[in-house]
Design a protein around this ligand. Sequence first.
Ligand code: PMP
Length: 374
Amino acid sequence: MEGYPPGKGTCPIVEMSKKYWNNNIKNMMPYVPGFQPELKDNLIKLNTNENPYPPSPKVIEAIKVSTGDLLRFYPKSDWEDLRNAISEVYSCNLKQVFCGNGSDEVLSLIFRCFTNFGDSVLFTYPTYSLYETLAEISGIDYSYVETKDDFSIDFDVIKNTDYKLAFIANPNAPTGRIEPLSFIKDFAASFKGLVIIDEAYIDFSDSPDGFTSLNLINDYSNIIVLRTFSKSYSLCGMRVGYAFANEDLISAMMIAKDSYNLDLLAQAGAKAAVLDQDWMKNNAQKIINTRKETQQKLISMGFEVIPSQANFLFATHPDLNIKTVYNELIKNNIYVRYFNKPRIANYLRISIGTDNQMGILLGKLKYICDSIVR
Ligand code: PMP
């Protein structure tokens, strides 16, 4: 199972008696996060779409100020300062903003707040597999609609459908493809349920302002836009996600969330991060440049690369067994992501690292291409 170190066995859950488990948990496959190897100097970690550059120094300063005696007190349960900063930077009303312990928690709350037993929800395939996991945890039915051959979403198929929720990662994961705003608008107008636009990677697109669905929340009562501090703000380890929607939807999530779902340090750090837009945009631009260069070099080596607007590339090679390539890279201390799933089992998802890291990766891939043939 990907996510576990190769050769180190499978998920330990299969060993359990499950006697007291509820049926949803008993019958489902767990979500498997990308493998987190021990961080060593020569490790090149390109498997979980982390940012290769550090967070703003202002984040570290803000966290330091919040440590010490302040930790005796509970944090603000409505993340007042952080929420103010987000609404200022993204020009929206305070009450249209929600914050969670990573955008994964916001996704989980969306299921808790907006589905009932018997509802069904819509995903496209392939997409972020946690959506399916959350549906299974909640005992909610789901349907997958296949993307087209080029992995773009077939809006003709999903338009006018009748589901409680539809999840669209834009840019999509693991492909990196982005869909134009006009398609999202059209779809939301035709769809009876809520449309969740997961913009975890939007800051790495060529035009975040042009692609984002953020401004739609004022005109469409059925849109939730999801963002995260993990990727463009370099804060995976801090666990802060945020969402924009109309006040009615946000109010439901305020009721269902844990009172103190964001700790004091996370609130302080995320506030400093969002206020330092220059830092975030500068790093995002470096990653975009590296992505474009890496894409060109992969293509020149015979790889087929899906056009990406995210901080990763999704690539295959007609003459290579990609699983073998994945294992060869691990032997060289380079971790990328492999999914043993329909349609994508001969692709690698490669997070964009520094220029130096990508140079080493490309060197190894060149060697592998020259020495391994399917
Ligand atoms: N959405 C997508 C599409 C993702 O790929 C991820 C990262 N795995 C997330 C949401 C969750 O990000 P986080 O919980 O770190 O905010």
